[in-house]
Design a protein around this ligand. Structure first.
Ligand code: NAD
Ligand code: ZN
Length: 384
């Protein structure tokens, strides 16, 4: 590629301050260093995790910053030592990486890579502690090692999954975070037995994918719990069979669910980020065998409070990032599920906007409208 080794000037949506609309700016993107890749982003979407760190109400503020982590793109150039991917390869960025060498990457159970696991407070590359983005020489910080709200971005090679080049990036981009996370939280972590009852807290993209995962695993009752009843009708398409709006009841939702299920659900998956919902999701599982899985990203000062007897009574509490999938090893196979028509992603994509309209995607999420909004990137690069 003619751009390899050179600084690229392109457009990125920069968050200058917490909670202020993003502004499209010309940024300079440095070439990838050792074990890094530079990726041309073609499609990205907004996940609630971006919004939490942009609002920075319950999270550490790191600004100016380029957000974005759910995306699809093509490798433009690679740094020294990169042999796994080459320019032209189609990739999905992932907010948590896989070095393939540490104890976690070698363990069949873990996807919590020692080197590249999610770090929401770091705004620089791990290689040299610097940012690859700048405007007039002033650094702009990265987000979770991906920063996909930019026409070009630089990532550690361990944070990109090489996928089938036939897969349409405008669809499979949503597999790079939310959908795989929810799907894996059910299939890999909650593992509902056939015929079991599962409660899903939060019916956004992650929760709906968790419902889909529960259905694939063979659950027969899937109870969607959300404060926003406009989610309910749509959620039937994702396998939900019943709904509970905690606001409709004057007793704790745990009790409502226990009454509906003869003592509690067999599995629950929490996909809200709300600490009360996390506690409810745990306390609503059946004693003796119930398993609850936390997926939502909590407020930085949140504390989980429950009576220890809930554990003694043989309930299990788990949590997961990225549905326990190893990003480089497993994500290409999730894409193949879509290619074989065993997994539908179109139904998660309810809106699409141009890059210039990126703030509309934030408005939709704030209003709780739709599921995923795809942001179509443009290419306006010049080489310095
Ligand atoms: P979303 O905003 O689209 O959906 C969240 C849903 O939860 C909304 O429908 C909302 O009405 C509902 N909700 C909020 N508070 C609730 C409560 N107290 N009780 C019941 N329902 C409630 O968000 P999303 O993009 O689907 O993400 C969901 C969560 O998953 C977020 O916290 C996000 O940060 C997190 N996440 C985690 C991972 C991971 O790897 N662990 C990956 C992606 C996203
Ligand atoms: Zn996400």
């Amino acid at each position: 590629m003619a751009t390899a080794g050179k600084v690229i000037k392109c457009k990125a949506a920069v968050a200058w301050e917490a909670g202020k609309p993003l502004s499209i700016e010309e940024v300079e993107v440095a070439p990838p260093q050792a074990m890094e890749v530079r990726v041309k982003i073609l499609f990205t979407s907004l996940c609630h995790t971006d919004v939490y760190f942009w609002e920075a109400k319950g999270q550490t503020p790191v600004f100016p910053r380029i957000f974005g982590h759910e995306a699809g793109g093509i490798i433009e150039s690679v740094g020294e030592g990169v042999t796994d991917v080459a320019p032209g390869d189609h990739v999905l960025p992932v907010f948590t990486g896989e070095c393939k060498e540490c104890a976690h990457c070698k363990s069949a159970e873990s996807n919590m890579c020692d080197l590249l696991r999610i770090n929401t407070d770091r705004g620089v590359m791990i290689g040299d502690g610097k940012s690859r983005f700048s405007i007039n020489g002033k650094p702009i910080y990265h987000f979770v090692g991906t920063s996909t709200f930019s026409e070009y971005t630089v990532m550690h090679v361990g944070c990109v999954a090489k996928i089938n080049p036939q897969a349409p990036l405008d669809k499979v981009c949503v597999l790079s975070c939310g959908i795989s996370t929810g799907l894996g939280a059910s299939i890999n972590v909650a593992r509902p037995p056939k015929g079991s009852t599962v409660a899903i807290f939060g019916l956004g993209a992650v929760g709906l994918a968790a419902a889909e995962g529960a259905r694939i695993a063979g659950a027969s009752r899937i109870i969607g719990v959300d404060l926003n009843p406009s989610r309910f009708e749509e959620a039937r398409k994702f396998g939900c069979t019943e709904f509970v709006n905690p606001k409709d009841h004057n007793k704790p939702v745990q009790e409502v669910l226990a009454e509906m299920t003869n003592g509690g659900v067999d599995r629950s998956v929490e996909c809200t980020g709300n600490i009360n919902a996390m506690i409810q999701a745990f306390e609503c599982v059946h004693d003796g065998w119930g398993v609850a899985v936390l997926v939502g990203v909590p407020h930085k000062d949140a504390e989980f409070k429950t009576h220890p007897m809930n554990f003694l009574n043989e309930r299990t509490l788990k949590g997961t990032f990225f549905g326990n999938y190893k990003p480089r090893t497993d994500l290409p196979n999730v894409v193949e599920l879509y290619m074989k028509k065993e997994l539908e992603v179109e139904k998660f994509i309810t809106h699409s906007v141009s890059f210039a309209e990126i703030n509309k995607a934030f408005d939709l999420m704030a209003k709780g409208e739709g599921i995923r909004c795809i942001i179509r990137m443009e290419t306006s690069l010049s080489v310095l």
